[in-house]
Design a protein around this ligand. Structure first.
Ligand SMILES: [Zn+2]
Length: 161
């Protein structure tokens, strides 16, 4: 795994983590009973929160990460500096593939992504020694690490024969 070029301040890190927990309280997940919260920090300093919103059709369900992205973009935000995601599981849970692609549309590949365990902050039990695992048991990664060799908007600008 590559070394993450860390760009979030401690303040922004706390803002994102707390925001993800707050966002999770808005989850509508009567079917999976798997609440998820996501917080997205825009480059103008705005924090946008999203939760997973399920649907009786199941297919109409939208994840927390996409809720946050869609809320932000529809309000005119285009630049983002970080994303945090939390569930009730006491481990770092990653965004699904569909969300990774949607995040890819609007966020830089080196944008930090914080995968927050539901029991954050975990006590220091030595797990911070694991790659990418940092203070409180948060796994710090990037969009590029979550979605390597990805397809994005710039590919549609390439010359074609
Ligand atoms: Zn998802």
């Amino acid at each position: 795994m590559s070394v993450t070029a860390w760009t979030l301040s401690h303040n922004d890190r706390d803002l994102l983590i707390n925001g993800a927990f707050e966002a999770k309280t808005g989850s509508y997940s009567p079917y999976s009973k798997f609440p998820v919260g996501a917080a997205l920090l825009a480059s103008d300093g705005t924090l946008i929160k999203g939760a997973n919103i399920e649907n009786a059709s199941y297919g109409g369900t939208i994840c927390a990460e996409r809720t946050a992205i869609v809320k932000a973009v529809s309000e005119g935000k285009r630049g983002f500096v970080g994303l945090a995601v939390v569930t009730d599981v006491p481990a770092a849970i990653s965004p699904c593939g569909l969300c990774r692609q949607v995040i890819r549309e609007f966020c830089a590949l080196d944008m930090p992504v914080l995968l927050v365990p539901g029991d954050y902050p975990k006590p220091d039990d030595g797990s911070e020694k694991k790659p990418g695992v940092t203070e409180g048991g948060v796994k710090e990664t990037t969009l590029g690490e979550l979605l390597p060799d990805s397809f994005g908007p710039e590919h549609l600008e390439l010359p074609r024969k």
